[in-house]
Design a protein around this ligand. Structure first.
Ligand SMILES: *Cc1c(COP(=O)(O)O)cnc(C)c1O
Length: 237
């Protein structure tokens, strides 16, 4: 018998999966072409466990220490951990050792540290490079004009592999406005992709703009609130 919390999160996940499937159908995307990353920052380990019980295995975290505590509490479960926060130089060793993916890489210095600090026994760390498109909420990300050079430099770094691009635009209310930065990210990808560097992952779309992101080619949406409910607080740890 499941608890109320497990049931609530299972219901939320079902609704998010329906939103993704409906958007795939509406915008001509193949069924199953958009992966769901459940962003569990500031949510307790019991909520992550409840999402896992409902079939979710990939989780996104923004704060390294909080994530390490959660990973330790959930070590028995086969979960995939994505770092989606802002990278701090003094945290790269923990990120390289304890995460399966990094979204939001935007400095070559961090790429080099992550690569050097990735344990030799682990697969190269998949990374998405964050691009600063108009109105970037966090002011993070590389400028579009500098993206090609950063991708090329990162390709030379052992211990990481550039999987694609990520963006985190400022909130916008209407669908057309939400689509604009996502269309820009896809266009950059189309321009810079090569056979050896296909930039296959487009990490874009959150609770409020999931449909716009799927319409513009997202392959991974990062959803927090719609899966776990409102975050208890937004304070950094
Ligand atoms: C918190 C966060 C999300 C999830 O946001 P919601 O609006 O709660 O879905 C996605 N991506 C990043 C980088 C985040 O920090």
């Amino acid at each position: 018998m499941s608890t109320d919390l497990e049931q609530a999160i299972a219901d939320n996940l079902a609704r998010v999966r329906e939103r993704i499937a409906a958007a795939e159908a509406r915008y001509g995307r193949p069924p199953g072409s958009v992966a769901l990353l459940a962003v569990s920052k500031v949510q307790g380990a019991e909520r992550v466990a409840a999402a896992y019980a409902a079939g979710q295995t990939a989780f996104g975290e923004s704060y390294v220490q909080e994530a390490l505590d959660k990973q330790a509490a959930l070590a028995a479960l086969p979960l995939e951990w994505h770092f989606v926060g802002r990278i701090q130089t003094n945290k790269t060793r923990d990120i390289a050792a304890h995460f399966d993916w990094v979204h939001g890489l935007c400095e070559l210095k961090h790429a080099r540290r992550l690569g050097a600090q990735r344990p030799a026994t682990a697969v190269p760390l998949p990374v998405c490079i964050q691009v600063n498109l108009s109105g970037e909420a966090s002011k993070a990300g590389v400028e579009p004009a500098a993206l090609g050079e950063l991708i090329d430099a990162c390709r030379a770094v052992a211990g990481i592999t550039v999987q694609g691009l990520m963006t985190l635009p400022a909130p916008a209310d209407d669908l057309a406005e939400q689509r604009r930065p996502f269309a820009d990210l896809r266009a950059l990808r189309d321009r810079l992709a090569t056979p050896v560097q296909p930039l296959a992952t487009l990490s874009m779309g959150m609770t409020a703009d999931l449909e716009a992101a799927v319409a513009e080619g997202a392959t991974m949406v990062r959803i927090g609130t719609a899966v776990f409910g409102p975050r208890p607080n937004m304070q950094r740890r």
